[in-house]
Write a protein that binds this ligand. Sequence first.
Ligand SMILES: [Cu+2]
Length: 113
Amino acid sequence: MLRRLLLLLAAFAVAAASATALTPIAVGAPPTTHTVTIDGSRFEPSTLAVKAGDTVVWVNKDPFPHTSTSKVGGFDSQTIAAGKSWALTAAKKGTFAYTCTFHPTMKGTLRVN
Ligand SMILES: [Cu+2]
């Protein structure tokens, strides 16, 4: 009787452990926040790959304003003042080449997978 109860408890414990272990796979990886630093009129990293649903934050460390503006549509930060940041929730999949409208030599690429 006791042995049977212990077996039942053991089976339950294994089932509970499996359910817990499988949960993260079932819901997928949680959204992540990525940072692009703007410093010396450069986007760093200049190429960034994220998953749809992730957040990308551009942080302007320069003492003057910049923008993060997709050349193919999809997003435009407008002016990011000196020392400020701008966050984008990357909802749309694709490859987005972007620039700063004030400094067109600044180039970046955001890949949303
Ligand atoms: Cu700029």
